[in-house]
Design a protein around this ligand. Structure first.
Ligand SMILES: *Cc1c(COP(=O)(O)O)cnc(C)c1O
Length: 354
């Protein structure tokens, strides 16, 4: 039987998507060829790319609003530098809410002045800073919607009149936002959309062309927009599986549907963390992520007993990131509510055993 997969990324994908993907690897489109051995410029694959791009706009409610959808390579980490390369003329503003945000800041500093508008580093990123101001002359404001490692999530985004850039790697397609408030959204596929290897970029074309520097072709968003994500060979398998996952989501009822399921899963687990005297949450309650819940044992001496219990219950990927410790339950879109119930049962079993 399939394990209850709480892995932070790469992570769980819908079982029916994995089934379809494995069939396509052997025989795609009934053409007696594999998906991964046909030309990316062949009709069947161009149709996959088009469908994937359209599904992104449809699910995010961004159709006919001037957005372009790109599937690039290099992961979200490549976007840390690509965003700055393409958009940072003089000064950019960044909100520092975790390891990934810090990495983005580090890259941006190579291209211009970076103003860190606020940081929660003083408390190992266990909360989201509020009430800061963003310099109005910043070329853009960069935030990270969900902090995968620490388990915090922005529930509200600051109003910034200029260009808004957001790393949504670990919560895109998980909750409804007014996505039209963002000018550039990026996300590594491997958290909530597909396998590693593709990075989604949703970008408003009119923010480009405002920096003086020359940009190498492959790092220039305009190149990829002009070639409809086919400047060079795209990661065909990752794009295909992402397309299948987006289709799965659409058939379920889209983001409004999955958001309700995600809220249920998170409420179930956080209620147990708060109720069970053996456990404690790690981050500020109001900033808790619905995707990645971080928690710890009150008494660390119980670690080996608890680890034995959840492993024998068929749970995978529950260990916290090394910079936080404790546990992290990642509850991405494809994780069933039932898996969270299994985890809660194990936490209650530990309580009965003491
Ligand atoms: C995982 C993650 C990244 C890094 O993604 P890669 O695709 O591995 O480069 C960046 N930002 C966030 C929020 C993440 O969760």
């Amino acid at each position: 039987m399939k394990k209850h997969n709480f892995s932070a990324g790469p992570c769980i994908l819908p079982q029916e998507v994995l089934q379809q993907a494995s069939e396509a690897v052997l025989n795609f489109n009934n053409d007696d060829l594999s998906l991964i051995e046909i030309s990316h410029r062949s009709k069947p694959f161009v149709a996959v790319m088009e469908k994937a791009r359209n599904l992104v706009l449809e699910l995010l409610n961004l159709e006919n609003k001037g957005y372009q959808v790109l599937f690039l390579q290099g992961g979200a980490s490549m976007q840390f530098l690509m965003t700055a390369y393409n958009l940072l003329d003089k000064k950019a503003a960044y909100l520092n809410t975790g390891t990934w945000a810090s990495n983005a800041i580090k890259e941006a500093k190579m291209f211009g002045e970076v103003v860190e508008v606020a940081s929660s580093k003083d408390q190992n990123f266990n909360y989201i800073p509020k009430n800061y101001s963003i310099p109005s002359d910043a070329d853009y404001f960069h935030s990270t919607s969900n902090n995968t490692i620490f388990g915090t999530q922005l529930k509200e985004f600051p109003e910034f009149e200029g260009v808004n850039v957001c790393d949504m790697s670990s919560d895109i397609f998980s909750r409804m936002l007014d996505f039209s408030k963002f000018d550039l959204i990026y996300a590594g596929a491997q958290k909530n959309m597909g396998p590693a290897g593709a990075t989604l970029v949703v970008i408003k074309e009119d923010i480009l062309g405002k920096v003086e520097r020359e940009i190498p072709s492959i790092l220039n968003y305009q190149t990829h927009i002009g070639k409809e994500s086919m400047f060079n060979t795209p990661p065909v398998f990752a794009v295909y599986v992402s397309m299948l996952t987006l289709e799965w989501l659409k058939n379920l009822g889209g983001i409004p549907f999955i958001e309700k399921v995600n809220e249920k899963k998170a409420a179930l687990l956080y209620a147990e963390i708060d109720r069970n005297p053996l456990f404690k949450g790690i981050v500020a309650k109001e900033d808790r992520s619905t995707m990645n819940a971080t928690f710890a044992l009150v008494d660390e001496n119980m670690t080996s007993v608890f680890d034995g219990l959840w492993k024998s219950a068929g749970i995978n990927g529950l260990n916290g990131h090394r910079s936080v410790g404790g546990y992290r339950a990642s509850m991405y879109n494809a994780l069933p509510l039932y898996s969270v119930q299994v985890l809660v049962d194990v936490m209650q079993e530990l309580e009965r055993n003491v």
